[in-house]
Design a protein. Structure first.
Length: 222
């Protein structure tokens, strides 16, 4: 199968290979950072499509538009204006129609693209995850894409603790930044959950989603 790269010149990319099929289900897993989206998508996705990789690079801040800022003066990486929605949608579209797509390998530590990797898929379902997926459900459905959308509904405190431990262990950002961001996200948890609910995402706990995705994955490969 030939590959169909997206040539936008933004940096390094990953290649996802697959078999295009109009009936291949696309499953969106949304929710806050630390809720378990990546675990679920990597375990059951064929492929796992990590849409947070489509963050804009820090070099794009102020070029031409400034990124939004938090109340404590840092770039607000939890605002969807720091994310390339169009490229994320294109990745799903290319994967469905051509069987391949290209995904930037994004470094949270440096807020830039760093290297590349190759990812292969075989028989679906395509499980896409990220923190801004409430932005793309309507556009996907408007294209007639077979899409299911779920929100990982875990307690705010549990999610906050998981996120902080992970981010410190991985040295994603300075600790003071992580504390400020973590507190802000903890306070915004309920509003974020409601945003997904209003966008017609089905709210399910992580164990419930694990069971559901296991069934869907088995069905797609049988």
């Amino acid at each position: 199968m030939s590959q169909h790269p997206i040539a936008d010149g933004r940096g390094f990319w990953a290649i996802i290979k697959g078999v295009p099929n109009s009936s291949t289900p696309v499953i969106l897993i949304g929710g806050p950072s630390g809720s378990g989206k990546s675990y679920l998508a990597s375990k059951f996705g064929r492929p796992h499509l990590p849409l947070d990789e489509f963050y804009r690079q820090i070099s794009e801040d102020g070029n031409p538009v400034d990124f939004p800022r938090t109340d404590y003066g840092e770039i607000d990486w939890d605002n969807s204006a720091t994310w390339n929605q169009e490229a994320a949608l294109q990745a799903i579209d290319d994967l469905l129609h051509h069987g391949t797509t290209l995904v930037p390998n994004y470094s949270i530590t440096t807020s830039s693209y760093n290297g590349h990797r190759e990812i292969a898929c075989a028989d679906g379902p395509i499980v896409a995850e990220g923190i801004f997926l409430y932005e793309i459900l309507d556009p996907l459905r408007a294209k007639g894409i077979n899409v299911q959308a779920y929100y990982v509904d875990e307690p705010a405190l549990v999610t906050a603790l998981r996120r902080f431990v992970r981010d410190v262990a991985q040295r994603r950002k300075p600790v003071l930044f992580l504390v400020k961001r973590g507190y802000a996200l903890f306070r915004a948890h309920g509003a974020d959950r409601e945003k997904y609910r209003q966008r017609q995402f089905t709210l399910k706990s992580k164990p419930e989603l694990k069971k559901l995705l296991a069934k869907l994955s088995t069905g797609a490969s049988s």
